[in-house]
Write a protein that binds this ligand. Structure first.
Ligand code: MG
Length: 381
């Protein structure tokens, strides 16, 4: 089907093709833009994310997260994407910029050929998942804007099914933990980072301060299955809803052992990156935590969600510390998911995008086309 026929089929007038992102956001029609290159142009810019609090998990602490903002332009319409690189992913600003420098998007003259474009991007080099995700997100934003529709609608999802998001509390002193719990008053679920010797003190500090449900993420920080099982029962008695990545990812047999006995669902995070990891997680984990920076973006994330669902597994949509750009992109998938942990934009002080919101603790998808964001700070490329 030709693109214009497809748009007609989607109920979208061809005027949509000539609309800039701004015109979609203000719902005003504008005259066609004079510049029609017929080629997809890629540009990018490093952008360091500043964390509001020093963020500590079981393996490291940090105050900044490196990030690269990506722009795909086609006939005057710009799609936004980003690559966020927390240390454990192994990507850096230099590696992402080096990868993006190798991508020749001008070889494509039809952004709707997403499968072909993303296959090409994936074939350039192994790994580089965040770099690949940045192009995938920008391409989805571009195509959604050309269609005049948000991705949750293109995928046929119902926005009212978007779950509440948890808010992450990093490992810290009891005093700072109490302060963070107060700051997270708007969120109905707290995600607590554990995996250190004083795990129970952390949980008891939170429990002495709030009755809100919690979930825990050990970030591979536990290594004894009997102790882990005792801890999971202890957590279940304290209003915990699930346990994420209890053991190092190589301890698959121990994870399956724990899952068989656990009163709480066990969620795979570090264990699982891309689509071919989903069947490997089956049997050892009850659920998978999909993150765009691991999955190479929205295209494969949707495939992973479909595969996990087909195997009867539960789904979580998660994030890194990211701007509202990648968070809003991930949120498009959230109506498919049982749980969401999309708070990465709330942990930074220099978000340069404005997108989906959290209302009464729940993800509120908007009607903006693409991934649903506007720039809130002007970024010169
Ligand atoms: Mg995790």
């Amino acid at each position: 089907m030709k693109r214009r026929d497809f748009l007609k089929y989607m109920g979208i007038g061809t005027a949509a093709l000539a609309m800039s992102p701004e015109s979609f956001c203000t719902e005003k029609l504008h005259a066609p833009l004079p510049h029609r290159s017929g080629r997809i142009n890629l540009s990018f810019k490093p952008y360091e994310l500043k964390l509001i609090h020093t963020f500590t998990v079981s393996k490291n602490s940090r105050t900044h997260t490196p990030d690269v903002l990506v722009f795909l332009e086609y006939e005057g319409i710009v799609g936004y994407g980003e690559a966020s690189m927390p240390p454990y992913l192994g990507e850096t600003t230099e590696s992402v910029c080096s990868f993006l420098s190798q991508v020749d998007m001008t070889r494509f003259n039809d952004p709707f050929r997403m499968e072909e474009i993303l296959e090409y991007v994936d074939s350039i080099a192994e790994g580089n998942r965040a770099a690949k995700a940045s192009i995938d997100i920008a391409l989805h934003d571009l195509v959604g804007k050309m269609m005049g529709q948000p991705w949750w609608r293109i995928w046929g999802l119902s926005p009212e099914k978007a779950p509440c998001t948890s808010f992450t509390i990093g490992i810290d002193t009891p005093e700072v933990i109490r302060q963070k719990v107060d700051e997270a008053a708007a969120y109905k679920i707290l995600k607590v980072k554990v995996g250190v010797p004083n795990d129970k003190l952390l949980i008891e500090t939170i429990r002495s301060h709030t009755n809100r449900p919690i979930c825990v993420d050990a970030n591979e920080g536990w290594n004894n299955k009997e102790e882990a099982l005792e801890m999971v029962y202890w957590l279940a008695e304290r209003g915990c809803t699930f346990v994420e990545q209890p053991f190092p990812k190589a301890m698959l047999d121990e994870t399956a052992w724990l899952r068989e006995r656990s009163p709480l669902p066990i969620v795979a995070d570090e264990f699982l990156q891309r689509l071919d990891d989903v069947p490997r997680a089956y049997g050892a984990y009850d659920a998978i935590n999909i993150k765009l920076m691991k999955s190479t973006g929205m295209h494969e994330a949707y495939q992973m969600a479909s595969a996990a669902r087909a195997m009867g597994m539960k789904l979580m949509i998660g994030c890194m510390t990211e701007t509202s750009c990648a968070i809003s992109a991930a949120a498009q998938l959230s109506p498919l998911c049982d749980w969401a942990d999309l708070d990465g934009n709330l942990l930074i002080s220099n978000d340069c995008y404005e997108g989906v919101k959290i209302v009464d603790g729940r993800i509120k998808l908007n009607e903006r086309p693409g991934i649903g964001v506007n720039q809130s700070l002007t970024i010169s490329i």
